[in-house]
Design a protein around this ligand. Structure first.
Ligand code: IMP
Length: 427
C-alpha cells in the first residue's frame, strides 16, 4: 500500500505496536509523526517482548527505514536508552534504518520536572500525565521558545538558547514551585553530548518521506496515543498535547495529506483508559478487575493499572469519521473469551438528551451515561484461531455486529500478543 495511516481510535493502548510491527512487513518506511516517549508500543517477536517508546515499531524488521518526524517531541535521554537497549539485544539500529527529524522539538529535564510539578499544582484537576514532559515541551513549541534537534548540533547557539530558556524555567521551578533549580552548565553539557551521539541520525525527515513516496516506496504512518486523546478532538483537557489522528500527519511528518491513501483505525474489542478524564463506558469493581487481568491492562510506559470498560461504538465511530477511516483492526478479541455476555455502548444520554453521534460540543462529559446492548459470549480459547470462519459463532456475531454499527470494515482481528496471532479478513 503506497501510504497507510494507522491510528488509535480509543484512548490509546489499543495494541497499535503489535499491528504496526505486523503491517510493517509490507511497507518500506514507518514514520512517527506526533507524541513522544509517553507512548509505549509493545511488540512480541518469537516470544521476546519489546516495548518501544519513541522508535517506530518497524525497527524490529530488517531493511525497513524508521523515521521520527518533526511533529514528535523527542527526549534524547529516552531515545538513546532505547537505541542502546535494542543494540544490546542484537537489533540493528543506525543512521541507515533510523532517521530523526532536525525540526523535532526536544524534551529537556526541565520539561519533565515541570510536567510533574504542574500536575501537583492542579491537584484534583490533574490530567494524570505520563510525566514524560510532553505538555510542557509542546507548550514551548507553541510559545516559540522551544529548542529543536537541529539546535543540539550547534553547541554555540545551543548554549545560548538553552541558557536563556533555563533562566525562565528555573525561576518557575524555584519561585512558583519552591524546588531546587537545575544546574545550567550541567544541563548544557549533557544535551550537547547527546547531540553528538544523535548526529548520524539527524535528517530532513519530511523531505526524505516525500522523496520516498515520489520514488514509489510504501509508507506506514504510526499514530501514538488515540483519537480520544487528541489535543483538538479528544476529551479536552484530559488529552495529550498533539494531533494523534490522521490530521497530525500533514504537519508532523511534513507529508501532503492528499497522498494518504488508506487510514486504518485500531480499537480493542473492549476499551481502556489511563489517567484522568471522561470514560463513558467505564466499569468498576470485579468486572473491571477481571478485564484488566485478562487483558494485562497495565501501562507499558508507567505501569499504571488501566481503567477498563466496554467497547464504545459512539466514540469509535467519531474517531473513524474524523479520520475518514477505510478499515479498522479489532484487537484483543481473545480477552473477552469466558464472558457469558458482552456489553457494548451504542448511545450516550444525559437527562432527556440522547446522542448516537459523539457530542463533541459538550463542555463536560461528566454526567453522560451510556446505553448498553449485549450479545452472547463464548467460552473457547481463540488465541490459536487464524481464520474468521474458525471463530466460535458468537464471536463472529460480535465482530460482525460491531463492524456494522461502526460502519467501517474490519480488516484484521488480533487474538493474542504474538506477531502471528492475527486473523486477516481482507486487505
Ligand atoms: P501526556 O501525554 O503524558 O501529557 O498525558 C496526557 C494524557 O494522555 C494522560 O491521560 C495519559 O495517561 C494519556 N496518554 C499519553 N500517552 C499515552 C499512551 O501512549 N497510551 C495511553 N494513554 C496515554
Amino acid at each position: 500500500m503506497p501510504s497507510l495511516s494507522v491510528f488509535g481510535a480509543q484512548w490509546g493502548d489499543e495494541g497499535k505496536g503489535k499491528l504496526i510491527d505486523f503491517l510493517a512487513e509490507n511497507q518500506d518506511l514507518v514514520v512517527r509523526y506526533q507524541g513522544g516517549a509517553n507512548a509505549g508500543h509493545t511488540v512480541v517477536v518469537e516470544g521476546e517482548k519489546y516495548v518501544l517508546h519513541l522508535i517506530p515499531s518497524g525497527i524490529l524488521h530488517a531493511e525497513k527505514v524508521n523515521m521520527i518526524g518533526p511533529g514528535v517531541a523527542v527526549d534524547p535521554i529516552k531515545l538513546l536508552e532505547e537505541i542502546d537497549g535494542l543494540l544490546e539485544r542484537g537489533v540493528h539500529v543506525d543512521g541507515e534504518n533510523l532517521r530523526l527529524a532536525a525540526g523535532a522539538h526536544v524534551i529537556f529535564e526541565h520539561h519533565k520536572r515541570i510536567d510533574g510539578l504542574s500536575e501537583l499544582w492542579r491537584g484534583k484537576g490533574r490530567i494524570g500525565t505520563t510525566g514524560r514532559g510532553i505538555g510542557p515541551c509542546y507548550a514551548d513549541k507553541a510559545a516559540r521558545t522551544g529548542l529543536r534537534v537541529a539546535d543540539l548540533l550547534d553547541p554555540t547557539r545551543f548554549r545560548e538558547r538553552l541558557g536563556a530558556a533555563l533562566a525562565e524555567k528555573n525561576a518557575l521551578i524555584e519561585r512558583v514551585h519552591g524546588e531546587a533549580p537545575l544546574n545550567v552548565e550541567e544541563q548544557i553539557d549533557l544535551y550537547v553530548s547527546m547531540g553528538d551521539r544523535l548526529r548520524p541520525l539527524v535528517a530532513d525527515v519530511g523531505a526524505e518521506v516525500r522523496r520516498a513516496y515520489r520514488e514509489g516506496r510504501s509508507i506506514l504512518f504510526e499514530g501514538a496515543q488515540g483519537v480520544m486523546l487528541d489535543i483538538d478532538h479528544g476529551t479536552y483537557p484530559y488529552v495529550t498535547s498533539s494531533s494523534t489522528g490522521v490530521g497530525g500527519i500533514a504537519g508532523g511528518a511534513a507529508f501532503p495529506p492528499q497522498h494518504i491513501e488508506e487510514a486504518w483505525g485500531i480499537a480493542k474489542a473492549y476499551c481502556t483508559r489511563v489517567g484522568e478524564g471522561p470514560f463513558p463506558s467505564e466499569i468498576f469493581g470485579e468486572a473491571a478487575e477481571a478485564l484488566r487481568k485478562a487483558g494485562n491492562e497495565f501501562g507499558a510506559t508507567t505501569g499504571r493499572p488501566r481503567r477498563a470498560g466496554w467497547f464504545d461504538a459512539v466514540a469509535v465511530r467519531y474517531a473513524f469519521d474524523l479520520a475518514g477511516a477505510s478499515g479498522w483492526i479489532m484487537t484483543k478479541l481473545d480477552v473477552l473469551s469466558g464472558l457469558e455476555e458482552i456489553p457494548f455502548a451504542v448511545a450516550y444520554s444525559r437527562g432527556s438528551e440522547r446522542w448516537t453521534e459523539y457530542p463533541a460540543h459538550l463542555a463536560s462529559m461528566d454526567d453522560v451515561q451510556v446505553e448498553l446492548e449485549t450479545l452472547p459470549g463464548w467460552s473457547e480459547d481463540i488465541t490459536g484461531v487464524r481464520s474468521f470462519d474458525d471463530l466460535p459463532a458468537t464471536a463472529r456475531a460480535y465482530v460482525e455486529h460491531v463492524e456494522k454499527i461502526t460502519g467501517v470494515p474490519i480488516v484484521m482481528i488480533s487474538v493474542g500478543p504474538g506477531r502471528e496471532a492475527v486473523i486477516r479478513r481482507s486487505s
